[in-house]
Design a protein around this ligand. Sequence first.
Ligand SMILES: [Zn+2]
Length: 406
Amino acid sequence: MQNDVLQTVEELRDEMKESLMEMLKIPAVGPDSDGDGEAERAKFLMDHIKTFGFVEIKRYDAKDERTSSGIRPNIVALKKGKTDKTVTIIAHMDIVPEGDLDEWDTDPYEPVFKDGKIYGRGAEDNGQALMSALYAAKALTISGITPEYNLKVILVSDEETGSTYGVDHLLNEGVISPDEIVVVPDHSEEKGKKIVISEKSATWVKIIVHGKQGHAAIPATAINANRVMAKYQYEVDTILHKKFNQNNELFSPPNCTFEPTKREKNVPNTNTIPGKEIQSFDCRLIPEVPISEVKKVFKDKAKEISDETGANIELIFPMEKVTPPGTSEDAEVVKKLKSAIKSVTGIDAKVCGIGGGTVASHFRDRGIPAAVWATSDEVPHQPNEYSVLDYMVNDCKVFVSLVTSD
Ligand SMILES: [Zn+2]
């Protein structure tokens, strides 16, 4: 029986490709990135999926006056199964802006199909998975098969800029319950060979050294903020790596990362000693390391070097993400994904953690075990972003297998 549906998915290959290309012509950039939102794209999708066999297609739009439609659309489409158990697949409609057009070989909003790949902004992120999930429902309907599980496909807005109007809005409305099996196909590890069950915590640190500006020829009259920053950065970096050196093999890399990143512009000329230096750190922490201890290292060292040099080292923590515990490897979503991937591709998928963030953490935060899985070449947000058609078709088969096997 399952083989028939998988064959149907194959037969839908061209239609999936065409549908993705049509959808990618409609920009869906959120207002936080100066776009007009996802309403037009949602209208296209609502119309497109009418015949896919969903018994119910509901809208949970969030108000957002910054868009011309006044809303940020969210679509919840349900395909009924034999039991009351539900597999929920969440994909996002919004995209990031195209970036520098000179970097694109083709128009980001005029999709091109070449060598088995669909090029266009949002092709991989998250258009591919969105179509894979929708076409799983259509393939089941065409084959006349009622799956074991309900298939709930949720298409959200605002994933790229915080999820307030998307996933968080739906969670607040109670649209997703803890007994649903939640798959977020919005990130790929090793081309689908790994299922993501955990995320590192993260904190950004902005360091501002307030020294005293002066002439480079008479340094005694100044406090060189550049030198103080160099010392601080070196010492804090050394302590962090020494102190938090434990590994968690779920993650790659398995250790915490502490990277000095952005350095802001100081004086424009060589013969002035800068009175102010600004430098940022990006820190990603395995679950064993509390953010508070990392912040303490930054604070203690700031006090020590301020006292020693007469400068004032100010710290700002502009972003902090404390991640909830990861999804257990024994969770139903992980077990089902593993067996669906195995049955379609023959791959024994392993679990892993990542340093970046996905909406899966919003579910885990509320006690809903979610897993992240998809197949891609990992080119999201890049110029010449693309989706590999074979991946889209295969992931669709995996989603079919998820709801048809018990
Ligand atoms: Zn995405």
